[in-house]
Design a protein around this ligand. Structure first.
Ligand code: HEC
Ligand code: HEC
Length: 406
């Protein structure tokens, strides 16, 4: 997504102001929200404008008022910096950073046509053999991108081996899946469609379904205008991946990291301190608070049963990778129960105790546990409204393959 021209202008304008940092927080729907900070204080401007009807004078008047306030703050009423709070922010910024506006990498295609198509495909159950299962079945965007089941249920009620991680903020991970077997969301998206336990389809089925509906053929043309052939299987992954690259959920913690020391409560700040003091941040780092590294882990249920998931070992064959799993993201963690790769623990408090003991050999006191939980609570973000607006899918035609239940 490119910035609204008005935003680009305001940003250019502010760049000339010494000491003023600017972070654009949201630019979706009719709400244009701009957050910027100066001398450790955050000022927030919210313009409720319909993008189509944005009035230039309004933008410039706002920009002028903002400029004045920045100058006032900087020169007249320079606020006393609270050393401790600023220290906490600086410390946190050593292991994480505010979420970017989206997760597109330099040079990636990112047209609206592509994202709209990706959203339709994400919600499209006819990609599956049964015509029943879409990505959204297991990564329900209304429940923070998960199915809230211990392990997922796929084609013909088959149980998969692992808990479904959320698709929100997943595009920021260095690798995809618990064992990191796919490098990015584009390649990842092609796997569940063909997985016999999940959507159980074939590439031929997917292409037959999509080419049977003229609207899809047209939308692929619009999304891939330069391709020799627009409707090919790989492009299904590219389109879904493009949609996933905007599935980021900024939270109050991002406001805190962007300079607003008051965005977290005292209790949450204490929780952040405990989180860092005991060393959770050594693994749960990066803007998604995870997704960057692997670690060896067996769940208590696995230890009790003696049957443990080999994790990354199955991919690399390296004995050092036995039971290695990707460090999961902690964003929206209060919403994405049950926990751990086998979904065996429903309580977040219990999960935190288990992980602290296993990863850090640390028995948390009930107070420490409660403070960490308060901090994790603050990582619950806002789902982009665009993702929650259901797309209307085209009607099947006589050529659309019928559902198959076997
Ligand atoms: C039947 C349920 C099911 C369906 C349908 C499904 N997924 Fe998943 N998804 C899972 C499970 C379970 C995992 C974890 C599997 C693993 O790591 O081995 C997963 C993993 C992922 C991940 C990796 C996230 C991370 O943190 O590593 C992404 C991204 C994802 N799925 C996106 C999709 C997309 C896009 C679709 C549709 C094309 C889809 N999924 C369809 C259950 C499902
Ligand atoms: C050595 C690296 C490491 C450290 C340190 C660490 N974790 Fe984790 N954490 C992981 C890994 C790996 C998993 C995935 C476990 C699995 O395979 O089920 C995980 C899982 C979790 C989960 C469950 C996530 C989910 O979606 O199921 C939570 C919550 C969590 N950690 C919080 C914490 C907290 C709080 C601390 C500090 C007390 C901490 N972690 C310390 C690596 C680490």
């Amino acid at each position: 997504m490119t910035s609204h021209p008005a935003v680009t202008k305001i940003q250019a304008f502010w760049k000339t102001v010494p000491d003023a940092g600017i972070v654009l927080k949201k630019n979706t729907g009719p709400l244009l929200e701009i957050v910027y900070f100066s001398m450790g204080k955050t000022i927030r401007i919210m313009n409720y404008v319909k993008k189509k009807h944005i009035s230039r004078p309004l933008v410039f008047v706002s920009a002028f008022i903002v400029l004045l306030s920045v100058m006032l703050l900087t020169h007249c009423a320079a606020p006393e910096k609270d050393a401790e709070l600023t220290g906490l922010q600086e410390r946190a910024l050593r292991f994480t950073s505010p979420l970017p506006e989206d997760a597109f990498l330099e040079g990636m295609p990112r047209s609206q046509a592509l994202m709209d198509l990706g959203k339709m495909l994400f919600y499209e159950p006819r990609l599956s053999k049964s015509g029943l299962i879409s990505c959204n079945t297991c990564h329900n965007l209304a429940t923070f991108g998960v199915d809230q089941l211990p392990v997922s249920i796929g084609h013909m009620w088959q149980k998969g081996p692992r808990n479904a991680p959320t698709v929100f903020n997943a595009a920021l991970h260095r690798t995809q899946f618990w064992d990191g077997r796919e490098p990015d969301v584009e390649s990842q998206a092609l796997m569940p469609i063909l997985d016999p336990l999940e959507m159980a389809a074939t590439q031929e089925h997917v292409l037959a379904v999509l080419s049977s509906m003229p609207e899809y053929a047209e939308r692929f043309q619009q999304a891939f205008p330069d391709a020799d052939q627009a409707l090919v299987y790989e492009h299904v992954g590219v389109a879904i991946g493009a949609f996933e690259r905007i599935l980021l959920t900024p939270s109050r913690f991002d406001d805190f990291l962007s300079g607003d020391a008051g965005a977290l409560t005292e209790k949450e700040k204490k929780g952040l301190e405990v989180f860092m003091d005991v060393g959770c941040n050594s693994c749960h780092g990066g803007p998604a608070m995870g997704g960057q590294a692997f670690s060896i882990f067996q769940t208590p249920a696995e230890r009790a049963s003696g049957k443990s998931d080999p994790g990354r070992f199955d991919i690399t064959g390296n004995p050092l990778d036995m039971h290695a799993f990707k460090v999961p993201s902690l964003l929206n963690i209060t919403q994405t129960y049950p926990y751990l790769h086998d979904g065996s623990v429903w309580s977040l408090s219990e999960t935190v105790d288990i992980v602290a003991m296993d990863m850090l050999s640390r028995a948390l006191t009930p107070e420490e546990n409660a403070l960490i939980l308060a901090f994790l609570e603050a990582l619950t973000g806002e789902i982009p409204p665009y993702a929650l607006e259901l797309p209307v899918l085209p009607a099947s035609t006589a050529d659309t393959p019928r559902p198959v239940f076997d």
